[in-house]
Design a protein. Structure first.
Length: 341
């Protein structure tokens, strides 16, 4: 019976080692993460936001936004409180409602500032709401080309990237009828990127990618991927939210990940990014692959078996060291022969 048990343990150990070796040969840790499905990602994001956006998290930030007169952040946090059904103190609710009540003259003044000097605009949301409508028209692209042409004629340093984006926008507008409207997304992306560049809302990586695309033989084709990602973000969120989300992208690959996040989070994309941050939000879009989990479990079994074997060897050695030495027998006394006298 003992032999059968020992043979079973040996076979089990060999099978575990063989399975672990086969799994490692498949290189499961080369790509241990995989994209979640949109439904799974949406559920994970919702749970994470609900766990973090407690009343103790929301209320102090609302008061801080009120103190700083940050209407954009105040609106976002107010919407978040409504999403989470967070009860607000009566005085705080009254202050938030008063701060968010529309002031037509103030809004018009801010919009005028944004359209006159985009760098003096109070927020990216106002840039998107007030400046983009004009910039999306052919007049906006023409104004950009005139601005860069004037800089070149006066001996200044023209912005070749803005000029290239304006040219792409005009070409896309002209080709709208020929492409049955398919070039509109390229036009919108080129204009959004041009406005974001003027507002200093692009990361260095995105700026480099735009410069490379602008200098390529076919800038429209080079901008195709970025245009598609911006269109996906704009389809899920509002126009004022596009520029703040674009500002978070380090490079085109990061923008692609943010576009997929917007497809999972939908209209709550900005709120999700505010609560969780970009890093945690994008991390929740991925999961550990089944192959990596299986390989880790098999490695754990092998390490456990090795630890058990080493423990058994150490126990045997300890028992042998502590076993009392057998008592030595005293040799029998020598008998003296009596010699006859």
């Amino acid at each position: 019976m003992r032999r059968i048990a020992r043979l079973t343990l040996v076979l089990w150990s060999l099978a575990t080692v063989a399975a672990a070796g086969w799994m490692l040969a498949q290189n499961p840790f080369a790509a241990p993460l995989a994209e979640r499905g949109l439904d799974q990602a949406r559920a994970a994001l919702t749970r994470a936001v609900a766990a973090r956006a407690t009343p103790d998290w929301i209320i102090p930030r609302l008061r801080d936004a009120l103190a700083q007169d940050d209407r954009q952040r105040l609106q976002l946090l107010s919407d978040l409180a409504a999403d989470q059904a967070t009860p607000l103190p009566a005085d705080l609710r009254a202050q938030v409602d008063a701060a968010l009540s529309p002031d037509l003259m103030e809004t018009l003044a801010d919009c005028g500032t944004c359209m006159t000097d985009i760098t003096a605009c109070p927020s990216l949301s106002l840039i998107a709401a007030c400046t983009l409508p004009f910039e999306l028209s052919p007049a906006g692209d023409a104004a950009a080309l005139i601005r860069q042409g004037h800089a070149w004629a006066s001996g200044g340093d023209p912005d070749g990237v803005e000029a290239a984006l304006a040219s792409v926008g005009l070409a896309a507008t002209a080709g709208t009828l020929l492409t049955a409207g398919h070039s509109l997304s390229l036009k919108g992306a080129a204009t959004t990127l041009r406005v974001a560049r003027r507002a200093d809302a692009l990361s260095p990586g995105m700026t480099r990618a735009l410069a490379v695309a602008a200098r390529s033989p076919d800038p429209a084709a080079a901008l195709g991927g970025i245009a598609g990602d911006l269109r996906r973000i704009g389809a899920q969120s509002s126009i004022p939210e596009v520029l703040p989300i674009l500002r978070l992208a380090r490079d085109p690959a990061d923008l692609r990940a943010l576009a997929r996040l917007s497809e999972a989070a939908g209209p709550r994309t900005s709120r999700t990014l505010t609560v969780l941050g970009k890093s945690d939000s994008l991390r929740l879009m991925r999961r550990v692959t089944d192959a990596a989990l299986t390989a880790a479990a098999l490695l754990g079994l092998v390490l456990g078996q090795i630890a058990a074997l080493l423990g058994a060897i150490a126990q045997m050695a300890l028992r042998r060291a502590l076993r009392p030495a057998p008592a030595r027998r005293a040799p029998p006394p020598l008998r003296q022969r009596l010699t006859p006298a």
